[in-house]
Design a protein around this ligand. Structure first.
Ligand code: GDP
Length: 297
């Protein structure tokens, strides 16, 4: 997994001298490489700094076994720390713990893949967990948004809330929850409007919807290609609405996935799922060890 980092670190520090415990100089040299690899993978700068500082402290003085080189030893420490920072080994499932219907609130910037992900989650819950799922678009900003979700619902074989022209997002949310209760749905997925950039009106709207529906999950959908501004997006959404989980989309692209670490570090919320394509079944559990390998390159 981290052979390439291990090779690079060995090139940098294995020639530095005696074996035994890792010296401050060994670790400092190695951390320069790690920092570059992480910035290259688009991990946000403050997150890189924090990660590198923590790993540096833990690595200095670490005894290197005879069977491996100092470069290999540091690479293992870095890899383990990164997996840990990404949430450890196990995938965290969606929380549906509520008196039905369990509301799931989808938030994120426009184009992040929010609507598609709503459809993917609906398909997954209805087929794998046999849940009765209602999809509702609260996006009154983009004229075609409600129609797009309705079509996705048809493809996923789940119900969508009938479209009523002229209703405001809060009214649609209330109607979705009412329908969910009345018609015995297990889960109601509320797809909120996204904007191209964050603005206060959008945040206020999401805040009100959250207060009115008390979601069990507030999922922040983020494009894996999002780089340094990932921090800002995550911070603002998290402060405004309290993110409970993150979905990283477009992991099928060539993005190295550094945004995953930024998201996790900023929100403290687990990355619950990843999108790996445009099709409705292209949704996977998050595997920290795979993404760690991708970030370290
Ligand atoms: P929204 O504005 O956040 O609701 O974004 P959409 O759901 O409309 O998605 C925007 C575009 O990204 C669409 O063309 C989707 O098909 C595409 N998309 C969404 N998720 C993924 C993914 O995981 N991989 C790829 N390759 N494309 C995706």
């Amino acid at each position: 997994m981290f052979e390439s980092l291990s090779g690079r670190l060995s090139g940098v520090i294995d020639g530095l001298g005696k074996r035994g415990a890792l010296s401050e100089a060994d670790v400092a040299e190695a951390m320069r490489e790690v920092r570059l690899a992480m910035l290259d993978a688009d991990v946000a700068l403050p997150v890189v700094k924090d990660f590198v500082n923590k790993v540096r402290e833990g690595a200095v003085g670490h005894e290197v076994l005879d069977s491996i080189s100092p470069g290999q030893a540091v690479a293992k420490i870095v890899n383990d720390a990164l997996i840990d920072a990404l949430g450890g080994a196990g995938a965290v499932p969606l929380n549906l713990n509520a008196v039905p219907p369990a509301p799931i609130l989808m938030v994120g910037l426009q184009g992040s893949g929010k609507t598609t992900t709503s459809g993917k989650i609906a398909l997954r819950l209805s087929t794998r967990e046999k849940k009765k799922v209602l999809l509702a678009s609260l996006d009154t900003q983009r004229p075609a948004a409600q129609l797009q979700l309705q079509q996705l619902a048809e493809r996923a074989g789940v119900m969508s809330l009938p479209i009523v022209a002229g209703q405001a997002p809060l009214e649609i949310a209330a109607r979705a929850m009412d329908t969910g209760r009345r018609e015995g749905f297990d889960v109601v997925i509320l797809d909120t409007a996204g904007r191209l950039s964050i603005d206060e009106a959008l945040m206020e709207e999401v805040r009100q919807i959250r207060a009115a529906t008390s979601p069990v999950e507030t999922l922040l959908v983020v494009d894996a290609m999002t780089g340094q501004d990932a921090v800002n997006t995550a911070k603002i959404f998290n402060e405004a609405v309290g993110v409970t989980g993150v979905v990283m989309t477009r992991m099928d692209g060539d993005a190295r996935g550094g945004a995953a670490l930024s998201m996790r570090a900023i929100t403290g919320a687990p990355i619950k799922l990843t999108g790996s394509g445009e099709k409705l079944d292209a949704l996977e559990e998050f595997h920290p060890e795979r993404v760690a390998g991708r970030i370290l390159g």
